[in-house]
Ligand binder design. Sequence first.
Ligand SMILES: C[S@@+](CC[C@H](N)C(=O)[O-])C[C@H]1O[C@@H](n2cnc3c(N)ncnc32)[C@H](O)[C@@H]1O
Length: 237
Amino acid sequence: MNLHSPSKDIFGLAVENYYLTKDQTPILVHHEDFFDDEIPVEYLFRSYDDMPKLEQKALDLCQGSVLDIGCCAGSHSLILKSKGHQVLPIDLSKKCIETCKKRGLEEAKRLNFFDLKSQSFDTLLLLMNGTGIARTLNELEAFFDQLKSLMHKNSQVLIDSSDLIFLFEDEVIENDKSSYYGEMIYRTSYKNQLSDPFPWLYLDFNTLKKEAEKASLECSLIFEDEHYGYLAKLNFT
Ligand SMILES: C[S@@+](CC[C@H](N)C(=O)[O-])C[C@H]1O[C@@H](n2cnc3c(N)ncnc32)[C@H](O)[C@@H]1O
């Protein structure tokens, strides 16, 4: 998952094995301060009906050509393509992109989002904690710059995240750029493979809105779930 250092293709291995042999070994997510979390690999192959409301809402709001950023197994792109959208699913993971192609997304490209140039899309879609792709709060400006470079004046960005405040209920939170509580450092593992540590950013809605506005992007709240998760829309003001 980490774009700046070579790491094991944990998501890709799990996705490929599930696609080829229905191997249900989950991906484990490790953080030094919390218990391990599990991502059931079949979740990455979810259908529209199995998606949370937040994702269904995001798919329903997609317009025109769609860039699916961090597409993984391509589940959102497949639904959008079947509805007639032109899609470009991209991911860092070689094996995820190979699997996307096998699933019928021949247009899928192995690409770092930050390296995509000279194209624009009507909708830029980032789901399953899309703000994670920005990595850290300090890198948000570069993230917004890259999003803007792929937008035309009527484009929209649909992005989800969660406010992790619930993890720190009894603690005093310092909310500044040097230590924001949504900045996580994770490792992922699958079978006997362990990734390098990588940063993954969760943003509360107000911080996303404040930072987006600094980058001259309007930010509106589209949907909130019962678990501190939300879907937001960004567009040019
Ligand atoms: C949590 S998964 C989300 C998968 C998918 N969006 C979904 O909802 O099923 C995050 C994905 O983003 C990809 N990713 C992370 N950083 C990326 C980047 N800079 N460019 C492209 N893909 C990236 C990872 O390889 C991984 O497959």
